[in-house]
Design a binder for this molecule. Sequence first.
Ligand SMILES: Cc1cc2nc3c(=O)[nH]c(=O)nc-3n(C[C@H](O)[C@H](O)[C@H](O)COP(=O)(O)OP(=O)(O)OC[C@H]3O[C@@H](n4cnc5c(N)ncnc54)[C@H](O)[C@@H]3O)c2cc1C
Length: 274
Amino acid sequence: MDLYGVETYLQPKSLQEVKAWQSDWNWLAGGTWIFNQAQPQVKTLVDMEKFDWTEIEITPEGLTIGATCIQNDLLDFSFPESWTATEALKDAVRELASFKLSHAATVGGNICLALSASTFAPVMVALDASYEIWRPNGEPYFVDAVDFQTAPQQTILQPGEVLRRIKIPAQNLQWQTSFKRMAVCTAGYAIAIVVTAYHTQTQQVRFGIAGSVRSPQLVTGELGSISLHEQMPPSVEYLEDERGSTAYRRHVTGVLMQRGITELTTGMKGDRRY
Ligand SMILES: Cc1cc2nc3c(=O)[nH]c(=O)nc-3n(C[C@H](O)[C@H](O)[C@H](O)COP(=O)(O)OP(=O)(O)OC[C@H]3O[C@@H](n4cnc5c(N)ncnc54)[C@H](O)[C@@H]3O)c2cc1C
């Protein structure tokens, strides 16, 4: 799509070149969303390609993913065998949309776009990821994945701030994971996504929930004591639209949580998509 409002295209090599951030500027990552929608408010595109923030790094602390890492690169990467939870990252790529999209879209683009049906957000929440954000002056700060998105297409990012990288702690990468997604038609927009992470020794469970709720949610507990969707904080707001009512989304979320935990405790792999 032509972005008829865009007057300037910048391709900086470093953040120092982007100091004078204006309200009508917009970061450009893979461009799969930006060029798919009218963006009348955008006058300047600030292309992030030359930053080269594409790393997938294994460190003693865990996994680091650069914000402009192409989603498909996660499918091809050789992770340590013990990092079973990297399967959830791969599921986030597989469940996003098409081959064409995942070869251009970035991990950071999905997280910062912050759609309710983001496939990466619930994975990051379930795995206790944190996001490194850079202020326009380059000063970094960290935020937990669960606190990043505040509503559909709203995040805590202030004008000119940028997601630099994502960090997932090593211990969480050794959990077992299950990715479950429900849509009203096979290739449709998800009405609920539940990513379940389970630690077999301690029987701890972490659910990352999206699709059904206004912002990604985390539910944690110990197997047996955890009462699935009843553990959701009372303040959680479920979405209501033409795809599904609040009551339906709440119900489906509980069903997907149950299926995730059943899969991980019985070892019987079920469908990922319903
Ligand atoms: C056919 C189709 C189906 C789709 N289905 C789904 C779906 O089911 N679930 C889902 O989650 N998404 C879906 N998407 C959207 C998809 O997630 C996004 O297009 C993609 O992830 C965006 O990545 P990108 O790198 O292309 O970002 P861009 O399009 O370049 O940018 C997206 C937004 O994020 C901002 N941004 C990007 N990177 C950063 C950063 N590092 N720091 C700060 N801001 C940043 C940009 O300014 C822009 O506002 C779909 C898109 C299409 C075209």
